[in-house]
Write a protein that binds this ligand. Structure first.
Ligand code: GLA
Length: 745
């Protein structure tokens, strides 16, 4: 008989046997594995103003019993019962599927014999301190399966931020599957919790949704692979009294440092406790872990403040400037970007004249956006060229170095755009490496913006993507800045490289991306790199550790940008927010706003321009020059000051925010009128924050020839400005005022 017929006969035979008979029997005995008793204890993870307390009971179960203001000696929590009779429903610090499973799991493992129970018990813990950071590692073990789990808490002491992540080690002899491996589980005591989270799409990033949590599970997540922050952003605020306040009340901010599929679930259980489980989304990702291997989850970042959302944001920002953003807090240059001014249609001459204009208005960098590359499939529209990263000499015969040198000769830095993760079907790369494209066998590879996405799980693709960065910046020694774009999400998910281990795909794509970023930073620590993803579709702390700034949104309309920047600032520091003045009518919305208003909105982030300057009148250029000069005088506050949000564009016609220096002696205040309803409410009163009540500040209006504000140039006390009446009078919608506050000697 031929081999094929033999196989067929065997399959038929198998099919005839009832499936129960084919299952491997398991040995069940009533013997249980001994779990060593431990000395009950409490472990405190402490920052200057917060405390997280883990309680270890005599069985070795580890529970989270407190997160908030310091409660003193943690030993007081020994025996603290939060789980009713036997403490069986106590709030586990890392709940697992199995054991006393209570409904929500942070860890779900499938073992090689098909079992899916995991029970973790305390074995030891250790604390290590270095420069303002204390790391507490709590070691847990499953005594039946030899699985080991470390819960790691990094306490950033002065910033009041705690990072949580988990290391899972397969110390058994067989391979296992991680069906869920969350970064962290946080339990909070019964109460009313108002969740603020962020949704959006292209040109409407970081909009705010608020919901009072009820007795069910609320999930924010994405399964889009990349561009993960379109839809939901992996971050949130929790107002612990049930109502949102910028200034008062216990507020927790949380953010996951992961640029891929994520899931954050909020469950109020039958004991009224809130349990928050956050981490990589397990969707299509039953991650295989071989014997001896370990898996490290991304970090979940938490902060707590009793000063409302403002306090929580400022903690997060301070931490981010120091640790969470590549060179966070560093002042990045003002710039002119070519995109909305030239799109794909330019020649060397176009670019040189834009550089001249940028220099004459006092800008500090010129960025050449999309359209400079690909020869055989020239990038003259978004239909071709991605993947072929050689200079299009039909457009720029002199090459990139010539343009970069010209910019430098005018005193400007030079930046360039790439989108290295992508490929147009109409390109040499797509023809040469069809196996590098994310796809599922036998199915159409769907296009989005006429492009496909490269498979970053493949080390050869990682080399290529790093090579795109490396070769592009080698086009000229005068390249100071790169805009790294990523304009689509993953569809038809699958990797030719991973073969039958497709469960690794979503996780290893992002790990591959981070590998490339790591190489980029090892070689180019000083190049300023912007993280763009069709605007702000990759704003998260996973990517920010490699990037200096983000392109907050393709929406450059000052009116709608107000909300996008406000929402972004709740979690991410303003130093990362690229914000550009563009032409009117605005290309995304059609709105027409005054140039000054556009400058005043953009100046609350990293200021830039994105238009064809030759369309500006001399008067407009002079205004631009004035706004750019004044920005240079206070931008250290935007990049490294503390942000106080005074009035929200989501629920007020008047929008206002201010940045205050660490010593509280200088501040810049932005006030905008978004909607003007009638003259009787023209004088909106803003209450300033963050000032020293005892100091006297000289208040000067900026960006105008002569101020019409009654108090311009006068001195006021911090107390007056915070509690009295700071009321710039607006007479029209889409007008704005910017004030500099300087403490008198
Ligand atoms: C994306 C970016 C834009 C611009 C274009 C170029 O949409 O968000 O800023 O760079 O790509 O194609």
């Amino acid at each position: 008989m031929k081999l094929r017929s033999l196989l067929l006969a065997a399959m038929l035979l198998l099919a005839a046997v009832p499936s129960e008979a084919r299952r491997k029997p398991q040995k069940f005995t009533h013997e249980t594995v001994d779990i060593p008793a431990v000395q009950p204890r409490a472990i405190a993870v402490e920052t200057a103003g917060t405390q997280l307390v883990l309680q270890v009971d005599a069985r070795g179960t580890v529970n989270t019993v407190h997160y908030g203001a310091p409660a003193g000696d943690p030993a007081q929590f020994i025996g603290f019962n939060q789980g009713g009779h036997h403490n069986f429903d106590a709030p586990s610090a890392y709940p697992t599927a199995g054991g006393r499973f209570n409904g929500q799991d942070a860890l779900h493992v499938r073992y090689s014999d098909g079992n899916q129970n995991t029970e973790l018990y305390y074995t030891s813990h250790e604390v290590q301190a270095r420069d303002g950071v204390t790391t507490t590692t709590v070691r847990l073990k499953d005594y039946v399966t030899a699985l080991e789990v470390d819960l790691v808490y990094d306490a950033y002491v002065p910033e009041d931020v705690i990072l949580m992540h988990t290391v899972i080690r397969n110390c058994g002899k067989k391979d296992i599957e991680l069906r869920n491996a969350a970064s962290a589980s946080l339990n909070l005591t019964p109460g009313k919790y108002l969740l603020t989270h962020f949704y959006g799409g292209w040109a409407t990033e970081m909009q705010i949704d608020q919901t009072l949590l009820t007795h069910d599970t609320k999930v924010i997540e994405t399964r889009r692979g990349t561009q993960t922050t379109q839809g939901n952003n992996p971050s949130f605020l929790l107002s612990c009294g049930g109502s949102f306040s910028e200034t008062d009340g216990e507020t927790i901010a949380g953010a996951l440092a992961w640029s891929g599929n994520f899931r954050i679930s909020f469950e109020i259980d039958q004991s009224d406790r809130l349990n928050i489980v956050s981490g990589i989304n397990p969707f299509a990702s039953a991650y295989p872990l071989r014997a001896g291997q370990s898996f490290t989850t991304p970090e979940m970042i938490y902060t707590w403040s009793c000063n409302g959302a403002g306090g929580a944001s400022r903690n997060m920002h301070r931490w981010a400037r120091k640790y969470g953003v590549w060179k966070g807090g560093q002042v990045n240059p003002t710039l002119l970007n070519s995109w909305e001014g030239a799109y794909f249609s330019f020649t060397t001459e176009t670019l040189l004249r834009m550089i001249d204009d940028a220099a004459s208005m006092g800008l500090e960098m010129f960025v050449l956006d999309d359209g400079w590359f690909a020869r055989e499939h020239p990038r003259n529209s978004d239909k071709a060229g991605l993947g072929d990263w050689e200079v299009n000499t039909d457009k720029i015969p002199e090459g990139i170095d010539y343009i970069a040198k010209y910019a430098h000769s005018k005193g400007l830095k030079f930046g360039i755009w790439i989108e290295p993760e992508m490929v147009n079907p109409d390109s040499n790369l797509a023809a040469e490496h069809p196996d590098w494209i994310v796809q599922s066998p036998g199915r159409e590879i769907y296009q989005s913006r006429n492009q496909w996405i490269l498979d970053l799980t493949n080390p050869a693709v990682q080399d290529f993507v790093f090579g795109v960065f490396d070769r592009t910046v080698s086009l000229s020694p005068d390249i100071d800045y790169v805009k790294w774009d990523s304009n689509r999400r993953i569809m038809s998910f699958g990797s030719p490289y991973l073969g039958d281990e497709q469960d690794r795909f979503f996780v290893e794509y992002i790990q591959g991306l981070y590998n490339v970023c790591r190489r980029m930073r090892e070689k180019y620590p000083d190049i300023v790199v912007q993280c763009c993803s069709a605007g702000g579709s990759r704003i998260d702390y996973g990517s920010m550790r490699w990037f200096n700034e983000v392109w907050t949104s393709d929406n450059t309309d000052a009116i709608t940008r107000a909300r996008i920047q406000w929402g972004t600032s709740l979690i991410y520091p303003p130093c990362v927010m690229g914000s550009h003045v563009s032409a009117v009518p605005n290309h995304q919305t059609g709105n027409v706003t005054p140039l000054k208003f556009r400058f005043d909105v953009a100046a609350a982030g990293r200021l830039g321009m994105e238009l064809q300057p030759k369309t500006l009148t001399d008067e407009e250029k002079a205004l631009a020059d004035r706004c750019i000069q004044s920005y240079k005088g206070y931008r250290d506050l935007v990049f490294d000051g503390d942000l106080y949000r005074l009035s929200s564009p989501f629920d007020s016609d008047f929008y206002s925010l201010m940045y205050v220096s660490a010593d509280r002696r200088r501040a810049v205040v932005f006030c905008y009128c978004l909607r003007f309803q009638n003259h009787s409410i023209g004088g909106h009163v803003f209450r300033m924050q963050g000032l020293d009540p005892e100091l006297r500040y000289t208040v000067s209006e900026l960006n105008v020839d002569s101020s019409r504000w009654w108090g311009n140039g006068r001195q006021f006390s911090g107390a007056f400005l915070s509690n009295g009446g700071f009321n710039p009078v607006f007479k029209k919608a889409n007008t704005s005022m910017v004030f500099l506050l300087e403490a008198a000697e």
